[in-house]
Design a protein around this ligand. Sequence first.
Ligand code: MN
Length: 297
Amino acid sequence: MLEPTRQRLPAREADLGDGMRVRRALPTRLRRMVGPWCFLDHFGPVDVSRTSGMRVPPHPHLGLQTVTWLFEGEVVHRDSLGSHQRIVPGQLNVMTSGRGIAHSETSPAPHPPALHGLQLWIALPDEARHAPAAFDHHPALPSLDHRGLRLTVMVGEALGQRSPARLYSPAVGIDLRAEGPVAAQLPVDPAFEHAALVTAGTAWIDGEPLQPGALLYLGGGRDALEVRTEGPARLTLLGGAPFQTPIQMWWNFVARTREELSAAVRTWNDGGGSFGEVQGDPGERLRSPVPPWSTVT
Ligand code: MN
């Protein structure tokens, strides 16, 4: 039975190289998942006017969906299905890895001076994790105004608006923006657990002040969530039914056993195999670190 709670989870600072620092809010030691959401990086805002910007070379994924959401900037996605897609703020990229895909994400040249956004993963349930890979770009998403908040429904449904993004287990992801002081009750699904991440400014969630750098886990069993601001602020609300199957993660892979993870590492490091090759990216592909439990190097 889900109960409402308030648990503040500090994000970890991680360095993706090239000075691209991110705040990793999931997974953390205290919490691995929120519903099916199993990874959350908040990157920027960072000045990329004198740098090449985002450079995430070709790398594989397994057992998950990646969700890319920008507040500022521009990113180009390429993958082993042949997709080549530019994304700007307000749009959504959802890549469903299924049994395997490889992709890269880079800033175009030239690019806007700032880069700020979220990179999220959704774990796939057993019935979807061996399916063929897919990539979807959503140029527009449903949005609405609710008591002073501008809501954009990235995935799932909120206030009667449903995102077109494909989803394999019950979940929601909403971007909320306040231009000034707001005091709003936001209806939420009591069967979902939720967590909030502030990406700009300060917001009080269920009375708890929150700024960039921490995830606020809220538990479940709520019909509504109180959101207050005293000025401009932006936040992301994630939720979902608690994920039913324990997952194992290593690097960019989500699976159920260490054997599966070791096999994925081997396949990718041995040349890519079923993950395929990212088309049109001259960057050198990333190599997977070998897990400590693996007997094969
Ligand atoms: Mn990726």
